[in-house]
Every structure is written in C-alpha cells, then in structure tokens.
Design a protein around this ligand. Sequence first.
Ligand code: GLU
Length: 487
Amino acid sequence: MESELKAPIRVRFAPSPTGYPHLGNIRTALFNWLFARHHKGKFILRIEDTDVARRVEGAVETILDSLLWLGLEWDEGPYLQSQRLHLYLDVSTRLLEEGHAYTCYCSPERLETMRQEQIKRKQPPGYDGHCRHLTQGEKTRLEKSGIAPVVRFKTPLAGETSFHDLIRGQITFKNITLSDFILLKSDGYPTYHLANIVDDHLMNISHVLRADEWLSSTPLHALLYQALDWQPPQFAHLPMILGPDKSKLSKRHGATTLTEYREQGYLPEAMVNFLALLGWSLDDKTELLSRDQLVEHFSLERIGKSGAIFNRTKLEWMNGVYLRRLGAAEFAQRATPFLDRDLPSSARRPLDLAYVRQVTSLLQERSRTLAEIPQLADFFFLDAIDYDAGLLLGKEMNAESAANALQAAVTELGRARTWDASSLEGILRPLAATLNLSTRNFFGLLRAATTGRTAAPPLFQTMAVLGQQKCLQRLAAALQKLPAVQQ
Ligand code: GLU
C-alpha cells in the first residue's frame, strides 16, 4: 500500500491540551514523525484547543516540551485552532447554505429528557433530529427569543458510510447509527469534528495516523468531506495501548504521562525505541533500534491491528541498555540533575562535577534509571552516614574482633601514600589474612563502615572515590558505634 503513496506526505500530531500528554498521545506523535521522516515528508503540529472548558493550564507547554525532549521536532506549527476560528465559521456557514447542516435550538433540558427516553426505550443514543425540520418562521422566532443555536450536520438517514483504513481495511458504518452531530457550538467554537477536518484539508494532510479511539469519528469526517466535496486524507488507526491485564492503559498500570517517565529517569532515546514497538515491529525479534534505524524501517504495513501491551519490565531493561551505551561523561551529565534533585539537602551543593563523574562511573553498569542513582550514591555525597550498627558484624564476627579489624584498617590505611583501587586492594587483602578473617567478613565490615550499606559498588573502587580522609573518618565513626551493637 505504501508503495502507492503519492508525494508530498504531510502528517500531523493534533493533541488537545486537556491534560499532559500520556504515552498513547506520544506514541501517536512518534508514529507520525517516523512516517514523515521515512517518506521525507512534513510533520505538522496542531493544537486542538477549541474545548475551552477542558483546557488545562500548562498543557500546551508540556506537549511541546515532551516532543522536544524526544527529539520529535516539527516542520510546521504549532498551529492553534483557537486562532483560526473564522475558518471553521466559514465552513459551517457554507454547510448551512448548501443544506448540509441546520441550526438547532434545543435546550440542555430537552436533550437530557430525550436521552433518558432513549435509554428507557433501549434506543441508540444520539440527537433525534427535532430541529432538522423547523420552518424559517420557527427559527426566526426562536432566534428572537435570544437562544443561541448550535449548528448540526445533516447525517443521511439511510445508507452506509465507508472508508478505507490503511491498517484495518474497509470499514463501514450504517448511517442510522450516526446522529446529527454538532459542528459549531453556541459560543461560536467549532467541535473537534469540524475543526479537525477543516484543518486537515487546509493543511493538505495526506495521512491521518491516530489512535483507535477515533475510529468511530471517522465516518462523520468522511461524510463531511463528501458534503464539502473535498478529497479526504488516508486514514490509519493505531492499535490501542493495553496494560498487562489487557485493559486500556491507565493510571492503574502506573505512570501514564511522558513527563512522569522523564522524572523517573528514563532516557528519551530509550522511550523512543520502546514506544516505537508499541504497535509496530521490524520483525518478530529485534528490540533495539536506534532513531535512524526506526526512520529507515518504519512502515504502516508492520503496524498490528490488535492492542499493544505495555510492559514496564521491558522498558526498564531497555533503559538500562541505553544507559550503559552512554559515554561516561555523558552518563555523568545526565545523572547530575537527578543527583541535584534527589540527594538529601545535607549533601554539599553545587555538586562537584569531577567527583560526580567518578561516582557515576561506578554506577553506570548497575542502574536501570537515572532516578535510581541518588539513592544508590547518596553515601558518596554526605559528610556523615547513618546506619544500623548491626550492619558492621558479619557472621563469625563479634564486636571485639570487628573493633580489632577496624583499628588495624585505620592504622594501615592511615599510612597509605597512594589511594587508588589497586593500592587499597594491595593493603587490605593481606590485612585480612593477618587478622585471620575471611575477606568476605572483613570487606563486608569495611563496606558497611564506609558506605553504611551491605550492597554497594566494588569496595576498593568505592573507597578510592570516597578518598582517604573520608574513609578514615568513617572507619573511626564505626569504631565508636561498635559498643552499641547487640551481640
Ligand atoms: N485532538 C484529537 C486528540 O486529542 C486529535 C485526534 C485526531 O488525530 O484526529 O487526540
């Protein structure tokens, strides 16, 4: 099918600023962007902000920010529908004049009564066409009484409306199931249907790639294109994103907005790779694809029809892969804002970037998200560490032997002239033997004393980064703690 595509390819991402973009929105943006880049077409950004009551403060900024963060730069826009109201009004007027639309004066109360009746009679919901047949005289009277009408489309009462979907094939709706939907609201703002097709037409959109949930709107759009004698774009409805329990992805399944993933320390390059595989695949095995590879291979043919399951474990794994692929300096740079944000306030700021780099080089292999780093690394940045004295004693050790061992370590390490991982190893391994302790016990004691935890990056490297002074202080502090240990 794509081989038949005619240039120019123009696609759009058309979010409504009614909230922060969630993964589904962003997946739609990404597929449009990949499609445009693959075909050397244009990716247009349009903000569908005509639902004034549902606008959310800051949503537009967050949408732009999310796209930029992922590197989905747009070629045109952002166009704001709220600044184009005259265009929709013109088309609405044309549809009225040509007999494809009519003004409706029904009050909210009447519509509500109608809805209740429909429920009672088990009829499909939808406007009953009450105002469709008003005479000119009745309209004038209603208008004089001060009622601001809405404009409704005259949906054919019989027959069918079909359109071709590039992913799902031919789709047909019975017109009887489509009601006379609103085009223009009484405040002069267009509805989604009107503004969306007017803009797709005026912006020469060649393909509409959007989420499955819009499928039921498409017959309405097809009817509008017919009425206006406009060539419709091609449609491709993207499969829904599902949670692991196969229900629609929602808050219940964890974080849903892209911003949350960013804050949780996911890399944009991992998000792009991960989102691309929510509904599209290269083959049945390839998981890791760079942005360039995605652009090269993206095609509508490989988008599935059935829902795409969101797998958080896979995202974490993928993020870890991308984290390990970063150069050490880059990794440090990306980790710094997270350290700044999440290290305890007692950590000295501004952070010493050279030191950050030494610390993060020990963590790059073992972190899955950037947000994990501050808690893996906090002991590197604090003057004093707090831990339970019980951590100091491994098996086969009591407070006395631990005190001996610590004392010996303080003495030997105090004499050290060089302080790097291999010289520390050169001092501490023989010392374990001299003390007649297993390295497991002795190093466990030193790890607890210098980091306050039982699991940390390799001991000698950790101590090397902490530095001689800090290590000696912490060993001395551990000695002070020992008497408090319950045997
Ligand atoms: N404004 C709609 C949305 O929020 C656009 C749907 C479409 O792409 O037609 O997703």
